[in-house]
Design a protein around this ligand. Sequence first.
Ligand code: ZN
Length: 256
Amino acid sequence: MTETPDGRVDIVPRGASHFEVRCFENHQDTPYRSWCLPLTAAQTIARWWLSRSLPLEEVPTGGDGRLEMEAEPAGSVSLMEVEGKANILARYQETPIADWLRYHNLGEGRHTYDSPKMLIVTCMDYRIQLRVPKNFAYVLRLAGANVRYREFDLACALAFAGVRHVCVVGHTGCAMESLIDKREDFASGLERAGGWNRTRAELEFNLSASRLNLSSVLDFTQFESGWLERRFPGILVAPLIYDVKGGALHQIVSQR
Ligand SMILES: [Zn+2]
């Protein structure tokens, strides 16, 4: 365990050749972020923690390029429906997040705006149909609503439009959940539809699947939202879940 004045990092062995780094923001055992990395990365990680100068994108990978990053369970989480203004969490009240929840779920509010008020990050899944007022929001669609390595896209919306509110929208039935188990389907599918040979398809999967794999959409969406708020302290981030069956948005509530 290594401690600094405002946090600590735990190094936990994972088998013979990997270790897990658990970064905690404070001393109250609140999960912050963790990585499972080859042992060869240990020194670099330790230097990063002490200097806090190495951007996330530069976290080292092993020789084969694999980097496994999984969200820690952020305590018990549940979903809260939005059936009226009173159901919207207090931290979202009187913000564009509340405006959008009411518009999408209840059909209430303005249909058009003069300037963008927020950024929505959601999955690329074809079943997601967001109801968004005209000129209201930037929409960033990425597999699994996963902004890792795509933070600059998000930063542009903040920097150029002054957006201070973000909704991270995971969804039910996301294909990125347990992606790591779908190697065969990916390789055969890309061979068939994309015209790649099997070896190249498998290599692509090996390189990217661990980055996008989600063990739990609910936990990941909650975790990613908290992480973005730490990454960009000036913004408010709402973790939401879109139900692909009914089309409603639900708020993720954490009971810590
Ligand atoms: Zn998805």
